[in-house]
Design a protein around this ligand. Structure first.
Ligand SMILES: Cc1cc2nc3c(=O)[nH]c(=O)nc-3n(C[C@H](O)[C@H](O)[C@H](O)COP(=O)(O)O)c2cc1C
Length: 320
């Protein structure tokens, strides 16, 4: 059976522009979770906050699931209802965000230390919204036993699935993923679990798939940004020769750059966005760090275009 793949939400990267261009040029993902929406004040600023998930703007051929980051039942309910009206039958609740500012207010992974509050919110929200709910969690905010305390209490809720990133919030992205703790989580829930964390190559995926034979759904984040070919490789849909990889990478870059030139105003914003991309892409090529440095120094779009054209036409060595 082919694995089911989720594109992870990465704020600033896997937005609608990225998802649309990606999906035109690559295969592999079945679902994408959109980066979180948290503003309760959707009334006046509705179009700005929800712009990323407007159906008319989203042309990707994988199913999009919007994400909510909130511990306010009222916001959770009103956002879910708006999302349902927009056409989204599932919403994802973010209980994984590791950022200190969010965690310290007991939101994101910070809420995992309060299993009673999570259960209460779900109790009060699930029956009042038309959408199915999926969860995205870490092992805890600071303590990696928090999720294990919570999981058995979630069994009676009709959740679509639980996406688990086996690190704590305070770890951010450092240290390894805790596979034994993830395995323990599997034994503590009857829900379908999606694995998420550090899938950065086909080899890593295969190793994890061997170790976790009951998992059929996988979420890929940073590894899929650095290597946009990774989902195709995992699904075995395409195996490109190196020359073709550079050609396809160049096309992807150019289409994304064009799309951002239409979407964003002013060279500073466009270059800043491409720099964000190159933080990941630079790891795909030998000498990629030099491109990242050059992008950081680039001031205008023509200079950027010339620099990147030169880089790709020099057939850089691939590290992916
Ligand atoms: C810059 C950045 C932004 C992220 N934004 C979100 C987000 O909006 N919602 C969310 O649930 N996770 C977010 N994440 C976490 C990822 O979805 C994912 O869980 C994490 O990167 C681990 O997966 P990976 O090792 O495959 O990257 C973000 C991660 C990064 C690095």
């Amino acid at each position: 059976m082919k694995p089911i793949l989720y594109m992870a939400p990465i704020q600033g990267i896997t937005n609608c522009v990225y998802r649309n261009v990606y999906s035109r040029l690559f295969d592999g993902y079945d679902f994408a979770i959109a980066p979180f929406i948290r503003n309760s004040n959707v009334g006046s600023a509705k179009s700005k906050i929800l712009r990323d998930i407007f159906v008319a703007r989203n042309s990707a051929d994988f199913e999009l699931i919007p994400q909510i980051l909130s511990k306010s039942e009222e916001d959770f309910i009103s956002l879910s209802k708006i999302m349902f009206e927009l056409g989204y039958k599932t919403v994802n609740w973010n209980l994984g965000c590791p950022h200190k500012r969010i965690r310290s207010k007991n939101r994101g992974s910070g809420l995992l230390s309060e299993p009673g509050t999570v259960v209460e919110i779900l109790n009060n929200v699930i029956t009042k919204i038309p959408n199915e709910v999926s969860l995205k969690v870490r092992l805890g905010g600071e303590d990696n036993s928090e999720l294990r305390n919570l999981l058995p209490r979630l069994d009676d809720f009709p959740l679509k699935n639980i996406i688990i990133h086996p690190r704590t919030g305070s770890q951010m992205y450092s240290g390894g993923v805790d596979i034994p703790a993830f395995e323990e989580c599997l034994s503590l829930t009857k829900h379908t679990v999606v694995y998420n964390g550090d899938i950065d190559s086909l080899e890593t995926f295969k190793r994890l798939a061997d170790r976790l034979p009951t998992i059929s759904m996988w979420m890929i984040g940073r590894g899929g940004i650095t290597n946009p070919f990774l989902p195709e490789r995992i699904k075995n849909v395409k195996t490109d020769a190196n020359a073709k990889i550079i050609e396809r990478f160049t096309e992807f870059h150019n289409e994304l750059f064009d799309a951002y030139q239409k979407e964003l105003s002013g060279p500073a914003h466009i270059i800043a966005k491409m720099k964000e991309m190159w933080r990941y892409w630079s790891m795909a090529f030998e000498g990629g760090d030099r491109v990242l440095k050059s992008v950081s120094r680039t001031k205008n779009v023509n200079q950027y275009t010339a620099m990147v054209e030169k880089f790709f036409s020099g057939k850089p060595e691939l590290l992916i």
